[in-house]
Write a protein that binds this ligand. Structure first.
Ligand code: NAD
Length: 346
């Protein structure tokens, strides 16, 4: 009763991370491919044993409706295309596993959730970190207050975009496909970490963005976004993300009796995690790359057995609302106050 997935978009992440991991999932297999490049469809289809009549172009995407080999689509397209391809998949009667960020605005997220409910199909956002052993242990440690009461969370999701990049050549710096840029793409991991480490939703946000003039990489997107979130407990999170910095991927919690240091925190592999304070130890929790297959397992269990989805559409919507609040705070230079579901208070 393995679930058949149509992989939609054969880019770097699909080809080099997710597709090779399907074989490690217990009840998931690649049943079909959707791509705009016939040569790639042939090459990748042959490599994964996908029949020639299960290789679709974007023009013929609707034809997946009649293909009973396909239970679900896995959307790995540029982020600005997620909503459209998810809504069309639901209309075709398929379940949807969608890459992060769910979409570029909360209205699109709400449209995706409504389409899934109308079609009576499941929707999951591919937040793989929720299935990664170090991050799962970090959530458990913070729940039992292993660093005491959390006072600060500091996250850095930083990278440097090729200095020669232009929006026409790189969707990640094209506003229509990437929104504001680094926050939606990479900073979303730090935002997520601040929420799952504190176990809270922020009640107030302030933020600053930087978009240099005369740099073709940042004609449309921000170079850097820094934000500060205050939680009801009094914990404060500082989130930093950039496309124009030396690289790092850190989540650091400081409580009143100890600290948790995750560096690197949310990558594909190579995680390091250390607890300091009353209990001090380094964690070695096995192979982080199980996260890819376990994420697929969760969605396949949801499709087949109605299992609870750990990272549902509601979580994707919540995060996109917070991203909107961060940009609103930066745009106005004033504090944005939030209700518990992440909506901005008027
Ligand atoms: P990519 O550029 O390598 O791949 C995108 C694919 O979409 C390409 O094959 C491209 O040809 C295709 N495409 C279709 N229509 C397009 C259009 N109109 N413009 C540009 N490309 C178009 O990008 P990627 O790194 O594979 O990212 C794809 C998605 O996966 C994004 O949503 C990204 O946020 C997400 N992602 C998630 C993770 C993760 O760890 N969960 C990691 C990387 C990327």
């Amino acid at each position: 009763d393995s679930v058949g997935y149509a992989v939609v978009g054969l880019g770097d992440y699909a080809l080099n991370q997710m597709m090779p991991r399907f074989s490690r999932s217990e009840r998931s297999h690649i049943a079909a491919l959707v791509s705009g490049n016939p040569e790639k469809l042939r090459r990748v289809g042959d490599a994964y044993g996908v029949p020639a009549d299960a290789r679709y172009s974007y023009e013929h995407y609707e034809r997946i409706a009649a293909d009973t080999r396909i239970d679900a689509v896995y959307i790995v397209l540029p982020s600005g295309l997620h909503a459209e391809y998810a809504v069309r998949a639901f209309a075709a009667g398929k379940h949807v596993l969608c890459e992060k960020p769910m979409a570029l605005n909360s209205a699109d997220c709400e449209r995706m959730i409504a389409a899934g409910e109308r079609a009576n199909r499941r929707l999951m956002i591919a937040y793989r970190v929720h299935f990664e052993p170090h991050n799962m242990e970090a959530m458990a440690l913070m729940r039992r207050q292993a660093a005491g009461n959390i006072r600060f969370v500091r996250t850095e999701q930083l990278s440097r975009t090729d200095p020669k990049s232009r929006p026409a050549e790189n969707w990640r710096i094209d506003r229509a496909l990437a929104g504001g840029g680094p926050l939606e793409d990479f900073g979303i991991y730090g935002l997520q970490a601040a929420l799952y480490l504190t176990g809270e939703m922020p009640e107030a946000i302030t933020a600053t963005t930087f978009q240099p003039r005369n740099d073709p990489r940042f004609a449309q997107v921000f170079a850097s976004v820094a934000s500060q979130l205050r939680f009801p407990s009094g914990a404060i999170a500082q989130l930093m993300t950039s496309y124009d910095s030396d690289g790092s991927n850190i989540a650091h919690v400081r409580g009143d009796t100890g600290a948790l240091i995750m560096d690197p925190a949310t990558g594909y592999e190579g995680h390091k995690m250390r607890l300091e304070g009353r209990e001090s130890r380094d964690f070695s929790l096995g192979d982080p790359t199980v996260q890819f297959a376990r994420q697929l397992d969760n969605f396949s269990d949801a499709v087949r057995d109605n299992a609870t989805i750990r990272t549902p559409g509601a979580m994707g919507l919540r995060d996109v609302r917070l991203i909107e609040a961060i940009y609103a705070a930066a745009g106005t230079g004033s504090v944005v106050r939030l209700s518990p579901d992440g909506r901005m208070r008027r």
